[in-house]
Design a protein around this ligand. Structure first.
Ligand code: SF4
Length: 452
């Protein structure tokens, strides 16, 4: 990263330097992959599809399936309707999906292709097989971020498939843009709670499917269409994170009167407690002893590590829902969040984080150049965020805890959840011991203590 020590502070309106976000279709593809048997389709150029597949593959270290309408100059001028029709016919014939989740790209949105209209035209003309579902989300990348694209795709799935039905005991859970291991951990908690649940999207068992030696295009995981259909009759919806889950939750509330509760991502003891207490209230069931014991072990760990965290200044950046939860968690451990930054524009996020950490500089719709400037002005002991933070960490001589998306320079992290009591315990260990390692690496031999 450029050494910005001597750079003046510059007011910028139309220039991002090292963005703290990626493009809408990346979130849209990730959400579509969490639907069972779904082929994400990118209505745009091959370059868009290559970029978003590469970005997701670098994080998950797995092949990411996506087809493309393969725009060239002609489609950008005259419209991509013909290419979309041909692409849908080909991909259904060749890849045999149960569902196709079509998202748009910058060029498709700029020319104004009516994607739902084109799909409907094909359906009426009998050009789409009856047993293949196709749904569409508008995801122009010149507004919002990958979180906006994710939210738009989840809402599109609900709009397309949720139905009114006989009132059911199930609870809809919208886990937001979290890793497959986080989705799995959320499902484990729900199972212990004895909750009948529909999780949308459910990327566990899709992107982290086990290696079996058998090549499968569609894995066993993912939310089934029948489950999404039932969401309209559920008892309640719990969205974990406002930015990624609110849109779909609101659609279920508006169209089917399913009560919506928006809770923070369950990172940190307070947020996990909030989820369990809400579930307990909705289901009319007590919180099982198994989870109380997990909580007790976490409290013990937090007490043991507290002294190493206390008073440390931290900068946090990344996706809005996750950074909000991490800020609360750091405060609960006695840390002082100095800077919290996201690339997504959100006044609600800004207000919520400012409430949690009133002394912090809280910035939305910003970039890592800005974060670096802020850290230069008010140094911190620790940086928490994705791999792009490593250049700031190196420049400032501080440790980076890799949490969020994307993590492209460390293997396997996506397999360790950061949500729930178990995920929080992992964070407690990781942050506390990283701080100790960092301190010890800089301590002269004669001062190194055996006991910390
Ligand atoms: S052109 Fe737009 S949609 Fe395509 S990769 Fe770039 S930002 Fe994303």
């Amino acid at each position: 990263m450029v050494d910005i020590a001597e750079c003046p502070d510059i007011e910028r309106q139309a220039l991002a330097i090292n963005p703290a976000k990626t493009c809408q279709p990346i979130g849209a593809v990730y959400a579509a992959l969490g639907i069972h048997g779904c082929m994400p389709h990118s209505h745009g150029s091959q370059g868009c599809a290559s970029y978003l597949r590469m970005h997701l593959s670098r994080h998950f270290r797995e092949p990411i399936i996506t087809t493309t309408s393969s725009f060239t100059e002609g489609q950008v001028v005259f419209g991509g309707s013909g290419n979309l029709k041909m692409a849908l016919k080909n991909l259904i014939h060749i890849y045999k999906p149960e569902v196709v989740g079509v998202h748009t790209t910058c060029s498709a949105e700029t020319i104004g292709d009516d994607v739902p209209g084109i799909v409907e035209e094909m359906r009426r003309a009998g050009e789409l097989p009856e047993d293949v579902k196709v749904f569409c989300a508008s995801t122009p990348s010149y507004v919002g971020s990958h979180i906006t694209g994710f939210a738009n795709m989840v809402k599109a799935a609900v709009d397309a498939f949720a139905e009114n039905g006989e009132a059911a005991e199930a609870v809809n859970v919208l886990p937001g843009f979290v890793s497959p291991s986080d989705a799995r951990e959320i499902k484990r908690i729900l199972k212990i709670m004895g909750t009948e649940v529909v999780v949308l999207p459910d990327v566990s068992g899709v992107i982290d499917a086990p290696m079996t030696g058998e090549l499968k295009l569609y894995q066993e995981g993912g939310t089934k269409i029948e489950e999404i259909e039932r969401m309209g009759a559920s008892k309640a919806t719990i969205a974990l994170g406002r930015e990624a889950g609110n849109a779909a939750g609101m659609a279920l509330a508006t169209n089917f009167q399913v009560p919506l509760e928006v809770l923070p991502v369950p990172i940190g003891i307070d947020n996990v407690d909030a989820l369990l207490m809400r579930l307990s209230a909705v289901m009319g069931k007590p919180i099982p002893k198994e989870l109380e014991e997990e909580r007790g072990r976490l409290v013990d760990m937090m007490l043991d590590a507290h002294a190493h965290w206390y008073g440390k200044k931290v900068a946090i950046f990344g996706d809005p829902d996750v950074t909000e939860a991490l800020t609360g968690f750091c405060v609960s451990m006695g840390m002082e969040p100095e800077h919290v930054l996201t690339g997504t524009r959100s006044k609600d996020w800004k207000a919520a984080v400012t409430m949690i950490a009133p002394k912090a500089t809280v910035v939305d719709d910003s970039d890592l150049f800005m974060l670096h400037r802020l850290i230069k002005r008010n140094p911190v002991d620790l940086l928490i965020g994705n791999s792009y933070g490593k250049y700031i960490a190196r420049s400032e001589g501080i440790p980076l805890i890799r949490v969020g998306f994307p993590i492209t320079d460390r293997a396997n992290l996506q397999h360790f959840p950061v949500v729930g009591y178990a995920g929080t315990a992992w964070l407690v260990e990781r942050i506390g011991n990283t701080l100790l390692d960092w301190k010890e690496d800089r301590t002269p031999d004669y001062l190194v203590e055996l006991i910390q």
